[in-house]
Structures are given as structure tokens and as C-alpha cells.
Write a protein that binds this ligand. Structure first.
Ligand code: NAP
Ligand code: MG
Length: 508
């Protein structure tokens, strides 16, 4: 295990421009203007690798949500946005994608110091996929079409109708996002809402508000009109809850924990706003006896340890055919030993810290429960201690389904591995034995067999001989308690559209 946690002083590494930007408290984007909280309050943002403060941001609450919702309502009802052509809207969204790429280095730096992930990973994954999301979505406004529908019931000679559907934006949308992919979650949410012509109030995670605030500046630079995107920083219990409950918000889109997802559903009940949810996971990753072992070992390592395990789709429950179980577990442990923990701005870093003290305590408590309940840590098994919230990549064997490490989403670099004897109903039942159903992986050289197994897994995404392959064009979302609705692809558009049926009596 290569524990490399020398913490660089970040100032010389981020450049003067960004250092100056961070030096003044960051206000919120409301009605196209940078606005402090009504209360005047701010809160501190920390670098999770050091625990040191890197910025202050406005502490928005219900009063600021009120202003943001009013601005979004005004921008939805009047002003340039609703009267723009689909093509004009598409061009603005495309421009935003271009600006994200132009500022890739800066955005990746913000992710590294705010979330803790390695900058090179943020650049290659988070920023690239965010730009791709805007570029992909920029093509949709001109392609959202209705249908003409022949109707029969009341038709008769001399009584003819013309019926057609017209998709329309759902209206003012509240969006609440987590801290694991701060910029990318903003892009996943904003892209389709903009493409469908909605207006938005985005509440970003308290742990990681910075990249979305910088994105807000790029949104204005792209020429997206005032009030179309409003960005509020603040806490879930105040700003988030006020947004979810607001009577003038037509739809709420949430990504985060299943527990808070339930609160969102309750809060949304007041005005019956539309709800889409992208929640937790405990995804099975299944390696069959005939798999390419090198590929499967590399893939299973990335499946669970990418983004420090802070992925809702992490392949955190590994099932390996008994004949290759020891080789696979040793292989993943050998890969884990090569993972270099460090500061996100250090180019040698493979894995940064967890995002916060709260997450560090949650994950290390779950590790302790694994030890106490009799699981065996093949590697890792503890936090690093000292400065920052670093946790060692961990593999547990000798587990059983009643252990907390097997049943609960850990959201840290922790894998539970168990052997199976046959691809049969028992394996399928075990893989599906979770309240979640977000993703799954299968590794096999027999693609027909893998496909047959994929069909039996209750998950919104199944990867065969790959993992974490995301694309703006592919729908992503959960079965069971992993969520409602889909993100990305054509599928996400329905989250943000109403369908109007218009019927006209034709003259005789
Ligand atoms: P969380 O509490 O679900 O936070 C997600 C978002 O919801 C944040 O913006 C949060 O604000 C907000 N929020 C919290 N309480 C709210 C409320 N009552 N009403 C409206 N919004 C509210 O997630 P977390 O505490 O950051 O992480 C806890 C666990 O959630 C993780 O360990 C992991 O298991 C899961 N999680 C899942 C995902 C995913 O992608 N599916 C992402 C992150 C976390 P604050 O920033 O102020 O909390
Ligand atoms: Mg939280």
C-alpha cells in the first residue's frame, strides 16, 4: 500500500486567477446577478485532503430559494427564453459545452480542491463528460416532436377532427445534486432541463459548491438569459427542503441518498410536483469462470475504487466463480496496493480523500462493523488517520448477506467479495438481493451467456466486460429503491416535458 499523503500548499498550484476568485466570498446566481444570501450569512468550504478552508460561499436558505423561484418563474413565463426558437436554444447550450472545454483545467482544479478527486481524473472524466452532456443535449431542442393521432370515438361523417400532441416544458424545475461529481451532476441536470425549455433553480451540495458557481459564470457568458438558471448554495435541511416543498416549483429532480430521496417525495406531495430521483446502489459485479481474468481484475478494481468508491453505481458486491476466486481477489488486492493516495493536485495521485469528515466517519464505522461481524479484510480495512479523510482501499471476504458491509451502501473504497459455484437461480437471487437496482457488471468470454444473465438482473444498467461506461446518449437510472426515471439519453427528456393533446374540429 502506497500511502502518499504529503499535502502540497495549494496556492502556487492553482494560479493567481483562481486564488483571487476563491479569496472573496462567492455569491449565488439569482436572476442573472451574483447575489449574497438575504441573511448575509456565508459558510466555509474545505479541501478534504487537508481539512483547511479554501473559500466561503453564500448560505442560501428559504428566502433565497423564494427569490430564485420567482426569477425562474419570470424567465419561464416571459422574456427571451420562451420566445427563442429551438435552434437558438440549442446553440446556447452548445456554446456552454464549448466554454466548459475551454475552461477544463480550471474546472478540474476546482473539483480537485473541493471534492478531493485527482485533477487528472476530473479533467478526463468529469469535465469531458459534462461538456459532452451539453453538446449532446444541444441537439435535442430541434428534435422534440409531437405526433398526429387519428381519433375515432366521436368521429362521424360531417364530424371530423384533427388531433396532435405537443410536448411542452414542465415549467420551473428544482434540482438538488450531491458532492461526488459536482460539475457532472450539474451538467446531467441542467442539460435536459435547458434542452426542453424549462427554467431552473439548482441547489448544489454544501460540501462541493465551487465548480457549479464557476459554471454559473460560464452560463451567463454563453448568453443563457437571466433567471433561466439560478444556482443556490446552502444546506439540504434549509435551502434544499424549501426548494422541494415550494408550491411554485413544477418538478423536482434529485440525486443523492435514498433516505433524502424519501424526504423529497414527501415534500413534493404538497403541490404534487413531478419527481425524478437518482439514488443509492449496491451493485453486483459478477465474474464467470470463463472471463478474461486480467481484464476482469482490472475492471473489478476500477468498478469499486473509481472516485474513491463514491459512485452510486460502484461495483461494490463482487461475485466470483469459486474456481478463480482466490486468483481474482489476490489480483484486485495487488491492484489496490498500487493505488497511490494523495492530494488531488499531485499528478502522482490515484485516489484522493473522501469528501468530508462525516463521510470518513460513516465509512470507517462501516469498516469497523465489517471487522466486528467477522468479515476478513484481505487489504485495507481502516482509515489512514492524520490530516485529510483518506481511507485505504479495502476488500472483505468471508462475508454473508446479513452483514452491514454487504447490505448497506458504503460510498467508500470498500469491496465485499464472495464465491459462487454455478450461474443459476441462486446466483441471480443473490445478485438481486438488495433494496437497490442501479447497475451491475458481468465478465465472461461467452457473450450469449453474459447477455442471458444480464436479462435476469434487476438493474438499470448492466455492463458486460466493462464498467463505468457512461455516455450522454445512454439512459442511466435505477430499479427498485435506486430511483425514479432516467438521466441522460432521449429518456431523460420525458422528466422535463408535459404532453398536450390538441384536438381541432375540422370544417365540413
Ligand atoms: P444527501 O444528504 O442525500 O445529499 C444530496 C443533496 O440533497 C445535497 O445537496 C443535500 O444538501 C441535499 N439535501 C439533504 N437533505 C435534504 C432535505 N431534507 N431536503 C432537500 N435536500 C436535501 O447525501 P449526503 O449526505 O451528501 O451523502 C450521504 C449518503 O448519500 C452517501 O454516503 C451515499 O450513500 C449517498 N449518496 C448517493 C449519491 C448518488 O449519486 N446516488 C450521491 C451522494 C451521496 P447538503 O449538501 O446540505 O447535504
Ligand atoms: Mg449532506
Amino acid at each position: 500500500m502506497n500511502v502518499h499523503v504529503d499535502i502540497p500548499s495549494i496556492k502556487p498550484l492553482i494560479g493567481d486567477k483562481l486564488a483571487n476568485w476563491l479569496a472573496t466570498p462567492r455569491p449565488m446566481l439569482i436572476d442573472g446577478k451574483w447575489t449574497p444570501a438575504q441573511s448575509g450569512k456565508t459558510f466555509a468550504v474545505y479541501d478534504p485532503a487537508t481539512g483547511e478552508k479554501i473559500a466561503d460561499v453564500a448560505e442560501g436558505d428559504a428566502a433565497d430559494i423564494e427569490l430564485a423561484v420567482r426569477a425562474a418563474r419570470k424567465a419561464f413565463e416571459s422574456g427571451p427564453w420562451p420566445s427563442m426558437t429551438p435552434s437558438q436554444r440549442g446553440r446556447l447550450i452548445h456554446k456552454l459545452g464549448d466554454l466548459v472545454l475551454e475552461h477544463a483545467d480550471e474546472l478540474a482544479t476546482l473539483e480537485a480542491i473541493d471534492n478531493g478527486k485527482p485533477k487528472h481524473v476530473a479533467r478526463a472524466a468529469d469535465v469531458t463528460l459534462s461538456a459532452d452532456m451539453f453538446h449532446y443535449m444541444s441537439g435535442w431542442p430541434t428534435k422534440i416532436e409531437g405526433k398526429t393521432i387519428p381519433i375515432s370515438a366521436l368521429a362521424a361523417p360531417g364530424n371530423q377532427f384533427f388531433s396532435a400532441t405537443r410536448p411542452e416544458p414542465v415549467g420551473v424545475v428544482g434540482q438538488i445534486i450531491p458532492w461526488n461529481f459536482p460539475l457532472l451532476m450539474a451538467a446531467w441536470k441542467l442539460g435536459p432541463a435547458l434542452a426542453t425549455g424549462c427554467t431552473i433553480v439548482l441547489k448544489v451540495a454544501e460540501e462541493t459548491p465551487l465548480s457549479a458557481l464557476r459554471l454559473g459564470e460560464l452560463i451567463l457568458e454563453a448568453g443563457i438569459p437571466p433567471g433561466v438558471v439560478n444556482i443556490v448554495t446552502g444546506f439540504g435541511e434549509t435551502a434544499g427542503a424549501a426548494l422541494a416543498a415550494h408550491p411554485d416549483v413544477d418538478k423536482i429532480a434529485f440525486t443523492g441518498s435514498t433516505e433524502v430521496g424519501r424526504l423529497i417525495v414527501k415534500a413534493a406531495a404538497g403541490n404534487l410536483k413531478k419527481v425524478s430521483l437518482e439514488l443509492g446502489g449496491k451493485s453486483p459485479n459478477i465474474i464467470l469462470a470463463d472471463a478474461d481474468l486480467d481484464l476482469a481484475i482490472q475492471g473489478a478494481t476500477a468498478a469499486v475504487f473509481f472516485n474513491h468508491g463514491q459512485c452510486c453505481n460502484a461495483g461494490s458486491r463482487l461475485f466470483v466463480h469459486r474456481s478463480i476466486f482466490d486468483r481474482v481477489v489476490e489480483g484486485i488486492a495487488a491492484e489496490a496496493a498500487k493505488i497511490k493516495l494523495g492530494h488531488g493536485l499531485d499528478s502522482a495521485t490515484d485516489m484522493g480523500p473522501l469528501v468530508s469528515q462525516v463521510q470518513y466517519d460513516r465509512v470507517t464505522n462501516l469498516l469497523a462493523s465489517g471487522h466486528n461481524e467477522g468479515a476478513r479484510a484481505v487489504c485495507g480495512g481502516t482509515g489512514v488517520g492524520g490530516k485529510g479523510y483518506f481511507v485505504r482501499p479495502t476488500i472483505f471476504t468471508n462475508t454473508n448477506p446479513s452483514m452491514r458491509v454487504v447490505s448497506e451502501e458504503i460510498f467508500g473504497p470498500v469491496l465485499v467479495a464472495s464465491p459462487f459455484d454455478e450461474v443459476n437461480c441462486a446466483l441471480v437471487a443473490e445478485a438481486n438481493n438488495s433494496i437497490y437496482g442501479l447497475a451491475a457488471g458481468i465478465w465472461s468470454n461467452n457473450t450469449a451467456k453474459a447477455q442471458a444473465l444480464a436479462n435476469r438482473l434487476r438493474a438499470g444498467t448492466v455492463w458486460v466486460n466493462c464498467y463505468h461506461v457512461f455516455d450522454a446518449a445512454l439512459p442511466f437510472g435505477g430499479y427498485k429503491q435506486s430511483g425514479w426515471g432516467r438521466e441522460m439519453g432521449q429518456a431523460v427528456l420525458s422528466n422535463y416535458l408535459e404532453t398536450k393533446a390538441i384536438t381541432t374540429r375540422l370544417p365540413v
